[in-house]
Design a protein around this ligand. Structure first.
Ligand code: ACO
Ligand code: OAA
Length: 376
């Protein structure tokens, strides 16, 4: 099938509206993506991730005074409680980092529970501020045996994450790429993890439960886990030519190629062109463009052979790699960003709530009687 003829209908609730949102449009005019009316490329060029977080939580971009106050508030909440550090220390090095994020979120909800919806902004901002430390504290303790400081002087969340991860002050270019990446991943309408968060919110549950559930949904390779899976794949290709040969084999065997295709977009994912450009810049800075060249060959091959295009995850893989980020942390970075979209959707669901409870078409056995166990 040619993907550009794709029908948005059928299984997986595809093409069905499951509610209203003011937060985001996906693929509405052609292939666009907007947050609260702003094009994502405009935001990536002209705003910071913290401005985007503020936009999603408040519906409008902040002015300078509001932004300064907001960032100072986030910065003051970066550290982790001792009890959470102790829990993170007990998680083994071979745990999946998304399980670490899930536990970190859930445990913080035990220590600092959201006891009333008046606290929803506080809970959302606390998670946004704390996630980089949750990820890096566990990673460096379990992999390097170092108990890091969970605070930093870095102004932005992206810079803060990079600083905690390596201990070194990041370059301006790396700060910028992380900031753009966090903007691109921030929000995406009723994707699987956000829908999970909204279903949970619709029972009037708390913010930490909604986000914990969403992390579980994001973890899978058909959703956020694809950036990690894409990295594992491209690292196996020795050259652009080899990539094409191996991809042909994968398609022949009907394997899914991670980082390609999308449930909603038909011809392109607008986030791809943005992160691809940064991946190319980073490849030159890295001094070896091979992984970028292989990625470009994959993109060309998939389009020419299947009309499948790169989604947001594909060039994120090489971009993160060039910045020295371990592959297993790729999807947790997605959490650090998407917590904004999840929390904004939780707030929106709460503001006009009815419990989400669809129906199913029954395809099971006809009514029957229980046979006594001795006769079964
Ligand atoms: C940030 C994000 O979460 S973006 C998504 C990240 N996920 C991935 O990259 C995983 C790889 N991609 C996929 O599995 C899919 O494209 C999804 C899950 C993203 C979307 O799934 P769907 O909406 O069901 O896909 P869609 O209806 O477009 O599929 C049409 C056909 O193309 C095939 N196809 C779609 N994507 C791919 C792919 N990446 N590799 C190979 N074949 C694919 C499907 O198997 C299907 O074939 P069929 O009709 O013979 O069954
Ligand atoms: O919208 C989707 O189905 C998946 C996606 O791209 C995202 O969540 O960013």
């Amino acid at each position: 099938m040619d993907m550009t003829d794709k029908k948005l209908s059928g299984a997986g609730l595809r093409g069905q509206s499951a509610g209203e949102t003011k937060l985001c449009t996906v693929g509405k005019s052609g292939s666009g993506l907007t947050y609260c009316g702003y094009d994502v490329s405009d935001l990536a060029d002209n705003a910071s991730f913290e401005e985007v977080a503020y936009l999603l939580f408040n519906g409008e971009l902040p002015n300078q005074a509001q932004l300064t106050e907001y960032k100072a508030g986030l910065k003051a909440q970066r550290d982790l409680p001792q009890a959470l550090k102790e829990v993170l220390q007990r998680i083994p090095a071979d745990a999946h980092p998304m399980d670490v994020m899930r536990t970190g979120c859930s445990f913080l909800g035990n220590l600092e529970p959201e006891t009333s919806f008046d606290q929803q902004h506080t809970a959302a901002n606390r998670l946004l501020a704390a996630f980089p430390a949750i990820m890096c504290y566990w990673y460096r303790f379990s992999h390097e045996n170092i108990e890091i400081e969970c605070t930093s002087d870095e102004d932005s969340i992206g810079g803060h994450f990079l600083k905690l991860l390596s201990g070194d002050t990041p370059s301006e270019q790396h700060r910028k790429v992380m900031d753009v990446s966090l903007i691109l991943y921030a929000e995406h309408e009723f994707n699987a993890s956000t829908f999970t968060a909204r279903v949970c919110a619709s029972t009037l549950s708390d913010m930490f439960s909604c986000v914990t559930g969403a992390i579980g949904s994001l973890r899978g390779p058909l959703h956020g886990g694809a950036n990690e899976a894409a990295m594992d794949m491209i690292q196996k290709f020795s050259s652009p030519e080899d990539a094409k040969i191996q991809m042909a084999g994968m398609l022949e065997r009907k394997e899914k190629i991670m980082g390609f295709g999308h449930a909603i977009y038909r011809e392109s994912d607008p986030r791809n062109v943005i992160i691809k450009k940064w991946s190319e810049k980073l490849a030159h800075e890295f001094g070896n463009t091979s992984l970028y060249d292989i990625s470009v060959a994959c993109e060309e091959y998939m389009w020419d052979s299947k009309k499948l295009f790169c989604n947001a995850d594909f060039f994120h893989a090489s971009a993160y790699h060039f910045m020295g980020i371990p592959t297993k942390l790729f999807t947790p970075i997605f959490v650090c960003s998407r917590v904004t979209g999840w929390a904004a959707h939780v707030m929106e669901q709460r503001a006009n709530n009815r419990i989400i409870r669809p129906s199913a078409d029954y395809i099971g056995a006809e009514p029957r009687k229980v046979t006594p166990i001795s006769e079964r």
